[in-house]
Ligand binder design. Structure first.
Ligand SMILES: Cc1cc2nc3c(=O)[nH]c(=O)nc-3n(C[C@H](O)[C@H](O)[C@H](O)COP(=O)(O)O)c2cc1C
Length: 397
């Protein structure tokens, strides 16, 4: 029998991706701001969150289904918006779309995606959410939103944590640009990774597909300021966009309250995987604070540091309604394409149900801070958060 995948964890996916991808591409995915302390801390902070097992509950039937903004999904996770996914594999975007349809989860299509807004709408249907980066002017940004609306998107993510693209040292060292510049160094990198190079050559080098002018030339500027995504723009966008509006990249409780007051449907707690600010606090530490601020009912999504299903359970317990997967999905795709992605997502789903069984619970809405082990060393899950979780659970049952 043919073995379908060698991936049993994010670590496997990362190791195999590192082998298959040119360094330039691997570093684009894994790299982060500054000394990359923030990105490492996002991940390591999950180790400080421990779960309290409970025994002898009847956990034979366990459901991963959940509801977000009135929409039900079969699993409590989706795939975060990421630019230029086809860099890791020519079929990356298509594989994400297929997985989203098959497993019933949402996926973010970045403004900087290597697949067009319209093509992704055809591939993923209502599972695709469009993620907007402010670009150029308010008019140009709203035109892109209108394009998404015409294509049938019902959910829009506005990313607000990239006022300026950070300095990412790996990309600078490698001479990473979009589209690629064929420097001698890049040529050597590609030549020594033939599996990636041949498949990418056959499919054509990926490029940002949503930035083409009337002459067909690419107008994408990766380094352009996106600071036009300000409070006034959010207000204007809310007035124009009739669908669900999620604001991504929120790390401050005060910002969360203001965003909620401007009519967003959900807040997406994220520090961009440490790609923007090296000294940013670990995202999982911020989540309970933001949950406490916005109250038990307001929808919260979360990413930054998720590496397995157990991490997803922790984020749900600490206040998220839904969790998004970032780099692990690209590692799995870079390692093995669709087979790798499906294998990793299936590990995540299995992890979640096995962990829930250990905790003695059978449904996602039963998760709350009470499943987190607490002692004097874990004071960040405070009494306030516990009360919020009890209210949330009471409201849901
Ligand atoms: C290669 C790459 C490209 C990304 N591109 C975008 C993007 O276009 N828009 C966006 O909102 N976030 C983008 N992100 C951030 C992710 O949506 C997410 O917040 C981050 O990956 C979470 O951190 P983690 O991958 O360490 O879990 C990108 C992340 C990576 C790794």
């Amino acid at each position: 029998m043919q073995k379908s995948s060698d991936i049993f964890s994010t670590e496997d996916a990362r190791r195999l991706a590192k082998r298959r991808l040119p360094r330039l591409v691997f570093d684009f995915v894994e790299g982060a701001a500054g000394r990359e302390v923030g990105t490492a801390r996002n991940v390591s902070q999950f180790d400080n969150v421990m779960l309290q097992p409970r025994v002898m509950a009847d956990v034979a039937q366990c459901s991963l289904a959940t509801t977000l903004m009135g929409q039900s999904y079969k699993v409590p996770f989706g795939i975060a918006p990421m630019g230029m996914c086809n860099l890791v594999h020519p079929m990356a975007d298509a594989s994400i779309a297929s997985a989203a349809q098959a497993m019933d989860f949402p996926m973010g299509l970045s403004s900087a995606a290597s697949t067009s807004i319209e093509d992704m709408a055809r591939m993923a249907g209502s599972h695709a959410w469009f993620q907007l980066y402010f670009g150029g002017s308010q008019e140009a940004s709203l035109a892109m939103v209108e394009r998404a609306q015409i294509a049938g998107y019902e959910t829009l993510i506005l990313t607000v944590d990239v006022p300026q693209v950070s300095r990412r040292v790996r990309d600078l060292r490698n001479g990473f640009t979009v589209p690629f510049a064929m420097t001698p160094r890049a040529f050597w990198d590609f030549a020594t990774h033939p599996s990636w190079s041949l498949s990418t050559l056959a499919a054509g080098a990926p490029r940002p597909m949503n930035f083409t002018d009337s002459k067909g030339s690419n107008t994408f500027d990766r380094g352009a300021s996106r600071s036009g995504a300000d409070w006034a723009f959010l207000e204007r966008l809310r007035g124009k966009w009739p669908g669900k509006l999620i604001v991504k990249g929120v790390t401050s409780a005060a910002d969360a309250l203001r965003i909620r007051s401007l009519g967003a449907d959900a807040i997406y707690v994220s520090n961009h995987g440490g790609r923007q600010l090296d000294s940013v606090p670990p995202a999982i530490r911020l989540l309970p604070l933001i949950r406490a601020a916005v109250g038990p009912e307001f929808p919260l999504l979360f990413d930054s540091g998720i590496r397995n299903g157990e991490d997803i359970v922790k984020a749900l317990a600490l206040g998220a309604d839904f969790v998004m997967i970032g780099r692990p999905a690209l590692f799995a795709l870079g390692a093995e394409g669709a087979a790798g992605l499906n294998a990793l997502l299936s590990c995540f789903a299995t992890d979640i149900s096995v962990v829930m069984a250990q905790l003695g619970i059978t449904s996602i809405d039963q998760l709350g801070p009470y499943v987190i082990f607490q002692d004097a060393g874990h004071a960040h899950v405070d009494a306030e958060t516990k009360t919020q979780a009890a209210l949330r659970l009471a409201a849901k049952t």
